[in-house]
Design a protein around this ligand. Structure first.
Ligand SMILES: Nc1nc2c([nH]c(=O)n2[C@H]2C[C@H](O)[C@@H](COP(=O)(O)OP(=O)(O)OP(=O)(O)O)O2)c(=O)[nH]1
Length: 267
């Protein structure tokens, strides 16, 4: 059964969030929801939300970031509700799809009869916004953990160098004793750190751009790991000549393992 994508805006004005009650003639009538609507083919979530909010509420918003998705299985089709955190300066006067409109505190959301998927989003919103009192909700930064960069890169360099030095010590220099093995590992680590600089710069730029985007965290992780692997392959091809397959395999394996192992979300 095809899943129907519905996008909604968690729209903040000062510290209040906009919720709307569905009109009697609509499905889920009488239920409160974060305003939004069905995503049309070829539309991005942001485009879809902007269109729906203009159509229904004549409301212009600034979209800050992606929040959470929730699934609801109604009697016809499952729907996936995608929520985006927004702010607005506009006043909302009336809605074509709703008979009541209210601005409420985040803590009050669960006191309303919310539509099922909106309940799940509201619960997660409450969890995230309950604690900080000195931050205005929509400006709270995405909880991406910058320490992930440090861990991921140290991991790639260290684990990659261990794998590489172990795999090459017999081929290159013959059998090494333990002191020579450690010296060879340090040499690999040193050169890999130097060769990694251009890739690291691309990776850092991508991290800061993606951190401001509304893309889901798992895709950010995948993109960063892919950038690492592409950089490793390119650097190895440029520097290693015929022996390039082994460093690509070792450092790429390290990039994937460390990418899977470390958490990018801090909360
Ligand atoms: N926001 C929200 N919508 C839900 C949930 N469960 C569920 O089936 N829906 C459905 C109702 C609507 O058909 C659709 C929301 O998009 P919409 O409000 O643009 O839909 P629409 O104008 O086409 O309304 P309708 O004609 O289907 O009643 O998703 C839920 O938990 N929350």
């Amino acid at each position: 059964m095809a899943i129907i994508k519905v996008v909604c805006g968690i729209i903040f004005k000062n510290d209040l969030v906009l919720i709307c009650r569905r009109k009697p003639e609509k499905s889920l009538c009488g239920y409160w929801e974060f305003p939004g609507g069905k995503v049309e083919a070829s539309e991005s979530y942001e485009e879809s939300l902007r269109r729906e909010l203009i159509e229904e509420l004549n409301l212009t918003v600034k979209i800050k970031r992606h929040f959470r998705n929730a699934i609801h299985h109604n009697e016809k089709n499952p729907i996936q509700l995608i929520s985006l955190i927004c702010t607005t300066e506009d006043a909302v006067v009336e809605s074509t799809d709703h008979d009541l409109i209210e601005w409420v505190k985040v803590e009050e959301l669960l006191n309303r009869k919310l539509a099922p998927a909106d309940v799940s989003i509201a619960q997660q919103l409450l969890d995230e916004y309950r604690i900080p009192s000195d931050q205005t909700a929509p400006n709270k930064s995405r909880s991406l953990n910058w320490k992930y960069i440090v861990r991921h890169w140290s991991g790639i360099l260290l684990l990659g160098s261990i794998l590489f030095s172990q795999n090459t010590k017999f081929d290159l220099i013959g059998s090494l004793d333990s002191v020579q093995s450690i010296a060879w590992l340090i040499l690999c680590l040193y050169f890999s750190a130097i060769y990694a600089v251009p890739t690291l710069l691309c990776y850092l730029s991508a991290f800061f751009i993606l951190n401001k985007s509304t893309i889901q965290v798992k895709w950010i992780k995948l993109t960063l790991t892919s950038i690492s692997i592409a950089g490793i392959a390119l650097t190895a091809s440029l520097t290693q000549g015929n022996g390039r397959l082994m460093p690509i395999l070792c450092y790429s394996t390290a990039a994937i393992i460390c990418g899977l192992f470390f958490r990018i979300k801090s909360s």
